[in-house]
Each structure stands twice: as structure tokens, then as C-alpha cells.
Design a protein around this ligand. Sequence first.
Ligand code: ADP
Ligand code: MG
Length: 254
Amino acid sequence: MNDVMVDVRSVRKSFGPLEVLRGVDLTVRAGEVTVILGPSGSGKSTLLRTINHLEKVDSGWISIDGELIGYRRAGNKLHELKERDVLKQRTHIGFVFQNFNLFPHLTVLDNLLEAPVSALGRPKKEAEATARRLLDRVGLADKADVYPRQLSGGQQQRVAIARALALEPKVLLFDEPTSALDPELVGEVLDVIKDLARTGTTMIVVTHEIGFAREVADTVVFMDDGTVVEQGPPSAVLDDPQRERTRAFLAKVL
Ligand code: ADP
Ligand code: MG
């Protein structure tokens, strides 16, 4: 069995009076793909954002590769990390957003160099070689010098994936990576994610693409109302769901 890469334990998170995560547990092993399904408003994005420490948890804890996110332990006490140390942790976690979030004023190549060179001060030559290799991997080697607005949505999302890989993250988080795309562009982005899955990248993917989940996921997690209702291999959760809420959701999206 692989080592645990992402461990989420009893995580709770409220926004004012609204409790959005109500005791979430989730374990992702190294090299595995976890697909999270669930209705709008069930807390999927918030969960990804707590893993990346874009949101602080109210209680519970999250670790990546054994390291607590946002905190360090001293004896039996937890201390909040300083912003600088949080940023350092975040370099281990790649995040791909629904709306690509590329830097519009930078070329494709410079989008990939922003974090390693501008933010972390790594040598430009090495970073550029890595960036060009990653662009080749997502099929966009010839687009290094164009600007995001000159690309289709599918191409922009493939650049965003390459950018997320530039720091060699331990885990990649995807929040509905194909939801903003025209239907004919969905396949090219899913193909890139499938390729990453084949090479053992640890990933958590929030998506409504059930066919993709069936084909690629090691584990499918169904979330509703801030909790994990059901999880297991795709054949169990998708074809033989045990909980009524999972069945009702699948009946709507299948
Ligand atoms: P999902 O991604 O499953 O659609 P979200 O995690 O985006 O769900 O949202 C869960 C709930 O939390 C929703 O009711 C949403 O309106 C609310 N929510 C999310 N972020 C915030 C925020 N920053 N402030 C207040 N409410 C929020
Ligand atoms: Mg969401």
C-alpha cells in the first residue's frame, strides 16, 4: 500500500452562521486519484481551499506528506505558521481553478516562470527548461510566446495545468477544471489529467464528469451538505451506491 499523501481529519469550517464543512475525513494515498462529486454548495471548493490553506479550518487538521498544513507542532501544542511558511507549504500543492486564472499580461512561458523564478528565485535557465518540457507534455510547446487571450479555453486550462506542475507539487488539486469549457474542449483537458494519473501524480479532482471518474479515479468521494456521505472505488460508489443521497445525485447527473 502507498503512503498517505493527504490526510484530512474531522475538519470543520463555518462562514458566519453557515457550517460548510461539518467534520470531513479524507485520506489520499501517494500516486492515487480521488474524484469528489457532490451537489453545488456541498462544500467541495471549500474543502480544496482548506487543503491549500486558502481557508483556515475551525477545527480538525490536514496534513500533506506528514506535514501539518498551516500549523507546526511543538510538544502537544499547535502554533500557526507565519505567512511566509504557509507560502512555502503551498509550493507543494498545485491548484487548478475552474477559470484558469492565468496572468493575462504574461506570455504562456512567463506564466510558468512566475512562481519558480519571480517568487522563489530559482535559476531562470533551469526553470525555463522545465517549463518548456511541461508545455510539451500538455501539447503546447509551440505556444510558449503567445498570451493567454490568444488561446482557446482548453489550451488555457492546459497551460494552467503545466503551470501547476512547475514546482513539482506533491499533490495537484483541481476544482471543476472543465466546467467553464465549451463541450468540444473538455476532452483535451481530461486527456492531460488522465496522462498525469498514468504517471502516478497524486490528485484530488472535483468534477461532474462521471465517465472520467469511472475511468481514472482510484477513489470516488460523494459529498453532500458538508460531509463525506460515501466513498470507495468507482464501481462501488457509481454503480452500487449504498446511500439514498448518492443515488439521488447520480440519477440527476448520469
Ligand atoms: P461547492 O464547491 O460544493 O459548490 P462551496 O464550498 O463553494 O461548495 O460552498 C459551500 C457553501 O459555502 C455555499 O453555501 C457557499 O455559498 C458558502 N461559501 C463558500 N465560500 C464562502 C465565503 N467565503 N463566505 C461565505 N460563504 C461561503
Ligand atoms: Mg465549487
